[in-house]
Design a protein around this ligand. Structure first.
Ligand code: FAD
Ligand code: NDP
Length: 453
């Protein structure tokens, strides 16, 4: 009989924690998971899932407008925020139930409440102490809000999914994933929307050509794009509106300000010091390649270790831990290269591999293939939207080292390209692949002319 209550105690039932708990229990381990807010974590409740539902909703207005070019006329278009918000919430509640069942059916014990480490093998939840041979911290991230006067008047991605009223005028601060996605959502649903950010261009870290292209497309859709500026203070007016003072000296009066200025590892009040778990310089839990913290049997995965803040990455890290501890001891270490990602701005971005700027550092000579075109649908829709496809090829090996797309369903398309790139596909492989016609995706296998070296 083990001296511990559990073989594995997981803190946080989000993407990484749920996957690790279920798999560990499946391997026969005695597992408990503590959750203090919502089953399924950020992704299910205030992240990927409700965001994508809102993106779908916001695209409908454009689709309805486009119909006229195809002879489909829709009269009396109106938008009900309450309907979208409440239907979304019902779906999330359904998913919460599914997550509960999945864990229960796998034999994982669910403990409701905030967990705190009180020793190397001890966790406290709601006054009760539990002991575990191994502990996994999967507490995710939390929105970072700059410390400016009136910051309490801004909302973050935690609140935006539950607003009482849809804003007529919205200001979105930041230019990362969340900012550009919500600028599209607000704008698509009819709010007068402005994206304000401190940098020269939105979406730092993405391919420069993609950044420029998508910035133009977002502006064409009606979002006011204000670069090299920042919100420095906010005042609530008697009528409930918000007056934002910008660094440039200008002012904006809007109904909501969404602060999307990054997410920080969620480590506050976790009791890390009582267990001896150390943070790195970025304030994330420091882990080695096996996700071990400074305490051998305490592990951490997902946004709280701040490697790549994406759900599939947290899932992969959770599977690694469950396997290494209780299943396949030789389970391979995670490969963080060629992780595909999509930004659900409008139009979408899909990307995998190196940007042109990164490739210039890694490869001696490159071949860059690009194609920018009006998607077939928009030849009749009346929309002035364009797509961009880009392949980056290492000239010496002929390997495709980067694939980027701006356009409808870019994420769906890039997922397939990511498999090819993981398998080491060369440009010759792309060229010898027969296209699917008529699609946008076929451009990726018909790019023959080098745009530049
Ligand atoms: P989380 O899913 O955040 O789970 C952590 C859980 O721990 C939470 O449920 C929290 O309540 C709980 N917790 C924290 N502290 C304690 C404690 N002390 N005791 C008990 N429980 C605790 N990623 C994508 O791949 N695609 C997307 O489209 C996408 N869209 C996003 C949109 C938004 C608006 C946001 C905010 C994020 C989005 N992400 C997306 C990122 C994705 O949601 C995260 O990378 C992912 O959820 C991280 O999983 P995790 O397990 O590390 O943490
Ligand atoms: P990001 O890190 O993507 O972007 C943060 C933005 O905030 C940047 O534009 C940054 O500017 C700006 N910023 C940071 N600090 C300040 C400040 N003090 N004042 C003004 N601006 C500031 O974070 P997000 O919050 O958008 O998203 C968090 C993470 O969640 C993402 O990185 C992503 O991993 C994940 N996510 C994934 C999605 C997906 O897969 N589709 C969707 C949503 C989130 P600068 O560039 O100048 O530093």
């Amino acid at each position: 009989m083990s001296q511990f209550d559990y073989d594995l105690f997981v803190i946080g039932a989000g993407s990484g924690g749920v996957r690790a708990s279920r798999m560990a229990a499946g391997f026969g381990a005695r597992v408990a998971v503590a959750e203090d807010r919502y089953m399924g974590g950020t992704c299910v409740n205030v992240g990927c899932v409700p965001k994508k539902l809102f993106v779908y909703g916001s695209e409908y207005m454009q689709h309805l407008n486009e119909g006229a070019g195809f002879g489909v006329f829709v009269a009396g278009k109106t938008f009900s925020w309450e309907t979208l918000r409440d239907n979304k919430t019902r779906e999330i509640e359904r998913l919460n139930g599914i997550y509960n069942n999945l864990l229960n059916n796998s034999g994982v014990e669910l403990i409701s409440g905030r967990a705190t480490l009180i020793g190397p093998n001890e966790v406290e939840v709601a006054g009760q102490t539990f002991t575990a041979k191994n502990i996994l911290i999967a507490t995710g991230g939390w929105p970072f809000v700059p410390d400016i006067p009136g910051k309490e008047h801004m909302i973050t991605s935690n609140e935006v999914f539950y607003l009482d009223e849809f804003p007529e005028k919205a200001l979105v601060l930041g230019a990362g994933y969340i900012a550009v996605e919500f600028a599209g959502i607000f704008n698509g649903l009819g709010a007068e929307t402005e994206l304000v950010f401190r940098g020269e261009q939105m979406l730092r870290g993405f391919d420069e050509e993609v950044r420029e292209f998508v910035s133009d497309e977002i502006a064409k859709k009606g979002v006011k794009v204000t670069a090299q500026d920042n919100v420095v203070s906010i005042e609530k007016l008697p009528n409930g509106q918000l007056k934002a003072a910008l660094q440039s000296g200008e002012e904006r009066v809007v109904d909501q300000i969404l602060c999307a200025t990054g997410r920080r590892p969620n480590v506050a009040g976790l009791g890390l010091e009582s267990a001896g778990v150390e943070l790195n310089d970025a304030g994330a839990i420091a882990v080695n390649d096996q996700f071990q913290t400074s305490v051998e049997h305490i592990y951490a995965i997902g946004d709280v270790v701040d490697r790549i803040q994406l759900t599939p990455v947290a899932l992969a890290e959770g599977m690694f831990i469950a396997n290494r501890l209780f299943g396949d001891k030789d389970y391979p270490e995670l490969d963080y290269e060629n992780i595909p990602t999509a930004v659900f701005c409008q139009p979408n971005i899909g990307t995998v591999g190196l940007t042109e700027e990164q490739a210039r550092v890694h490869c001696r000579r490159l071949r860059i293939y690009t194609s920018s075109f009006k998607p077939m649908k928009h030849t009749l829709s009346g929309e002035d939207e364009r797509s961009l496809m880009k392949l980056i090829v290492d000239d010496a090996s002929d390997k495709v080292v980067g694939a980027h797309m701006v356009g409808p369903e870019a994420g769906e398309i890039v997922q397939g390209l990511a498999i090819a790139m993981k398998a080491g596909a060369t440009k010759a492989h792309f060229d010898s692949t027969v296209g699917v016609h008529p699609t946008a995706a076929e451009e990726f296998v018909t790019l023959r002319t080098v745009t530049r070296h």
